[in-house]
Design a binder for this molecule. Structure first.
Ligand SMILES: [Mn+2]
Length: 421
C-alpha cells in the first residue's frame, strides 16, 4: 500500500441555469458555460497531475437535464479519465437523486455510481483503497445514511463518500444528517463530503472535508472554488490541499464611506476595492457586488442619487478592466452621521427615535406587521417584497426604518413638511 492521491470533488451542478444572470446585459460570456469549464479544469488537472482516483460527493447535475447534452458532456470528460486509467467513483446528491434525473446515459467503464438502495463498497486492490458510500434515492433524504456504512476494511485506505448537511447548516436543507461521532466511529481515514458549497474542514476528530462547489454560481458563493487533493500515506493522517478550478470568481466588497466628503473620493475608494478584488481573482473574470457602508456625510446624496451612483460605478469598473469585471450590483447601505441636523417633522422624528431606541417598541411594531401579513391573501404576498423584512431580525428592521427616515428627509420639505418630489 503506497502513497495514493485522490481528487475530491463535489457539487458540480453542471449546466446550472445561473438564475438572474442571463437577464443582465454585459454579464460575462463565460457565465453560461462556467460550470462545465470548471469541471474541464478539474479533469485536466487529474490528467496532468496523474491523480490516482477521482471522487465526486454528489450533485453532479443541478436538476433533471434539459436535454441529453448535459449527460453527453459529463460522459465525455469521464472518458478522458478512463483513457488514462483513472477510476471515478461518485454518489448522487439531493439535486441529482435517482428519482430526480429522468434521463440516463451509460457512463464509461471505470466510473462507478454507488447504489441508492444501500451502502456500497468499492475496493480497488491495486491502489489499496476502499471507498464506501450511498447515493440519494430521492431529493429529501432525512435518514442518517452514514449510520449504515460498513466499518473500515483492514489493510486498505478507507474513504467515506457522503452527501450530507451533518448536524445542520443555515443555508442548506437538512439532508442525510449525522454527527461527527457517527463518522469517527467507522474508523475511515478520510471523509469526502458534499452538499455544503463552502469548502471547509469539519468533524474533528474524524478527518472530513467539504470540497465545496467546483464553480461559484452566485454572489452567495464568493471566493476560490474547486476541489481537494487528498494524499493518503500508510500510517499517517492524509494531507489535504485545495486547488481552484473555477473560471469566474464571485466577490463582494464593502466601501467604507465614513471619511469621504465627495463623490470623487467615493469613486477612488470604490476603484481601490475593485482593484483588490481583481488581484485576488488571479486573472479570472470577476463577477462582483459593492456595498457602500459606514456613517457618512454622503448618505443622503448616495440614497437620493442611487441610480446615478450605480451607473457611475459600473462605468468605472468597466473602464478599470474591460471584459474582465462585471459589477452586478451596488448597494447603498450607508447610514446618516449622528451629528448632523435633522430636517424631519419633529413629531415624525420623535416617533422614529422611539421605535429605534427601544427594543420593546420595535418588537411591538414587528408583532403588528406580522398580524397584518396574516390578513393579506397568500396570492398577494410578493416574494422578497416589503413584508419579507419580517423574516429578518430586529436589527434589520431597525436599519430599514433608518433608511426610510433618510428617504423621507429627502422627500419632504423641511419647512412645510410637504412632499418635494
Ligand atoms: Mn449542491
Amino acid at each position: 500500500m503506497g502513497v495514493v492521491r485522490v481528487l475530491h470533488l463535489a457539487d458540480l451542478h453542471l449546466d446550472s441555469p445561473m438564475r438572474g444572470m442571463a437577464a443582465h446585459d454585459g454579464a460575462p460570456q463565460t457565465v453560461m458555460s462556467c460550470t462545465r469549464e470548471a469541471f474541464v479544469n478539474a479533469v485536466r488537472f487529474a490528467l496532468t497531475e496523474q491523480i490516482d482516483m477521482v471522487l465526486i460527493a454528489g450533485d453532479v447535475y443541478d436538476s433533471d437535464w434539459q436535454d441529453f447534452s448535459t449527460g453527453v458532456f459529463f460522459a465525455s470528460q469521464l472518458s478522458l479519465l478512463r483513457e488514462a486509467d483513472i477510476p471515478v467513483i461518485l454518489i448522487r446528491g439531493n439535486h441529482d437523486a435517482a428519482s430526480v434525473i429522468s434521463r440516463d446515459l451509460p457512463l464509461p467503464a471505470g466510473t462507478t455510481v454507488l447504489s441508492h438502495e444501500q451502502p456500497q463498497t468499492v475496493a480497488l486492490e491495486d491502489l489499496g483503497v476502499a471507498v464506501h458510500g450511498q447515493s440519494f434515492a430521492s431529493r429529501e433524504v432525512r435518514a442518517n445514511l452514514a449510520s449504515a456504512y460498513p466499518p473500515a476494511l483492514a489493510g486498505l485506505h478507507n474513504i467515506g463518500l457522503l452527501h450530507t448537511s451533518l448536524a445542520g447548516h443555515p443555508e442548506h436543507d437538512p439532508y442525510a444528517p449525522c454527527s461527527p461521532d457517527d463518522l469517527e466511529r467507522l474508523g475511515y481515514d478520510y471523509w469526502a463530503l458534499g452538499h455544503i458549497h463552502e469548502p471547509s474542514r469539519v468533524a474533528e476528530p474524524a478527518l472530513a472535508h467539504y470540497a465545496g462547489c467546483v464553480q461559484g454560481r452566485s454572489v452567495r458563493e464568493c471566493g476560490p472554488r474547486g476541489g481537494l487533493v487528498v494524499e493518503l500515506q500508510p500510517g499517517e493522517r492524509p494531507e489535504v490541499q485545495p486547488v481552484a478550478f473555477d473560471v469566474l470568481r464571485w466577490a463582494v466588497a464593502d466601501v467604507d464611506c465614513s471619511q469621504l466628503k465627495t463623490f470623487e473620493e467615493m469613486h477612488a475608494a470604490a476603484s481601490h476595492r475593485l482593484d483588490e478584488m481583481l488581484a485576488s481573482a488571479s486573472g479570472r473574470p470577476l463577477a462582483c457586488r459593492l456595498r457602500l457602508v459606514g456613517e457618512s456625510e454622503l448618505h443622503n446624496r448616495l440614497l437620493g442619487e442611487g441610480d446615478r451612483v450605480r451607473a457611475e460605478l459600473i462605468a468605472l469598473a468597466n473602464d478599470l478592466a474591460p471584459e474582465a469585471i462585471w459589477l452586478g450590483a451596488v448597494q447603498v447601505n450607508t447610514l446618516p452621521t449622528k451629528a448632523r441636523e435633522r430636517h424631519l417633522d419633529p413629531e415624525l422624528q420623535s416617533t422614529l427615535e422611539d421605535v429605534l431606541g427601544d427594543p420593546q417598541t420595535l418588537a411591538e411594531l414587528r408583532a403588528m406587521l406580522v398580524q397584518i401579513r396574516t390578513r393579506v391573501p397568500e396570492a398577494l404576498i410578493v416574494k422578497r417584497g416589503p413584508l419579507a423584512i419580517l423574516d429578518h431580525d430586529d436589527a434589520a428592521i431597525a436599519r430599514a426604518l433608518e433608511l426610510a427616515s433618510a428617504r423621507l428627509e429627502l422627500a419632504l420639505d423641511p419647512v412645510t413638511g410637504e412632499a418635494v418630489l
